[in-house]
Design a protein around this ligand. Structure first.
Ligand code: TXA
Ligand code: MG
Length: 328
């Protein structure tokens, strides 16, 4: 069984020593929980891939305390990076650059680039500070599944992993994964949308290519079967909901908005109207929906795709396999 512990000073010291021993620690960030290992320890990194069942070619994000730690693992840190870090770090922005020569292959899954991010969560920051170096961490879920936004989600996904240390930092404030922007290419490109929008990045560094399916084909980590619950899920327009329900046999769990009334054996999970609150609730709601073991999960389409709704819709498309890009 995993060991959930409160993030006291002692617990942080213990977690840092587990990392130094080449083992794995789950920790909270403001986006989702991460499954962390020492960026410079190949055996520990291999353990992260094995625990998650992560495809060998899907690279990890190196979590850093600040620009100084980031520079340790990249080459080509330039003024644009400093501007982005000054504006968005610590926070939900991941920057991809060419990797430094001594970064192990496993940390980047063999890719010549590395993703770096300074998380904005006191527990993550304490851990990075005490450990004193970068921590590579994918989201702490089984590969392809829904990311964890509480320590209990991590414990559920890794229930049979003895002694997995999980620092319990409460529910994640943002609830969807960071924006990933590639600065290693000629034109900076958003590979994964998140709470920091392409427009906000553009305001800081000028030209940025948005997150298009073709851009994402070049990103190793965004497949159709990514971020998906176990139950088959579909996005439906609000006005099409009743028709769709009538065609499905057995109980359905519907993620809807306030005001939806359903007859029959179906269940609803009422989602917030506000995008920040919706994002924070989304992965927990998908996990709850899965637990009901319904015939199908239907997700009522949000009315907007502006701002954070754009990143939310990206995750809904992935959760339902409607995303048309490829991912390794
Ligand atoms: O919010 C987050 O980013 C969370 C927390 C824990 O920080 N982490 C996270 O990690 O979502 P993961 O591994 O689940 O997703 C990382 C994404 C993947 O899509 C991966 O392919 C992409 O970042 N990525 C990592 N390194 C990359 C690289 N060198 N080039 C392009 N994409 C990269
Ligand atoms: Mg992930």
């Amino acid at each position: 069984m995993p060991r959930l512990i409160q993030p006291t000073d002692d617990a942080i010291l213990q977690a840092a020593s587990v990392l130094r021993d080449g083992r794995v620690v789950a920790f909270p960030t403001e986006t989702v929980y991460g499954l962390g290992a020492d960026t410079f320890n190949t055996t520990a990194l291999q353990r992260v891939f094995a625990l998650k069942g992560r495809p060998e070619r899907n690279p990890l994000i190196a979590h850093v305390l600040d620009e100084g730690q980031a520079r340790r693992v990249v080459t080509g840190w330039d003024d644009r990076c400093s501007l982005l870090a000054a504006r968005f770090w610590p926070g939900p922005l991941t920057i991809v650059l060419r990797r430094a020569g001594d970064v192990p292959d496993r940390a980047t899954a063999g890719w010549p680039t590395i993703a770096v991010r300074a998380p904005d969560h006191p527990v993550a920051r304490d851990l990075l500070g005490v450990f004193g170096g970068p921590i590579s961490a994918p989201s702490a879920n089984r590969s392809g599944g829904v990311s964890p936004t509480t320590a209990a989600h991590v414990a559920d996904d890794f229930a049979e992993v003895d002694d997995l240390l999980i620092l319990d930092g409460g529910p994640c404030e943002i609830g969807i994964e960071s924006t990933v922007v590639d600065l290693s290419a000629a034109i900076p490109t958003v590979l994964r949308p998140g709470a920091v929008s392409a427009g906000e990045i553009r305001d800081v560094i000028g030209e940025v290519a948005g997150s298009s399916a073709s851009a994402q084909t070049h990103s190793p980590g965004t497949s159709t079967a990514h971020y998906a619950p176990r139950t088959a899920a579909e996005v439906v327009a609000c006005e099409g909901l009743e028709n769709r329900l009538a065609k499905i046999e057995g109980p359905v769990t519907v993620l809807c908005f306030e005001g939806t009334r359903l007859a029959g054996p179906h269940r609803t999970i009422v989602m917030p109207d506000d995008p920040d609150a919706y994002a924070a609730r989304l992965y927990g709601a998908l996990r709850e929906a899965d637990q009901n073991k319904p015939a199908r999960i239907l997700i009522v389409e949000p009315a907007s795709t502006a701002g954070l709704w754009g990143a939310i819709c990206d995750r809904l498309n992935r959760a339902t396999g409607a995303y048309s890009g490829t991912y390794s």
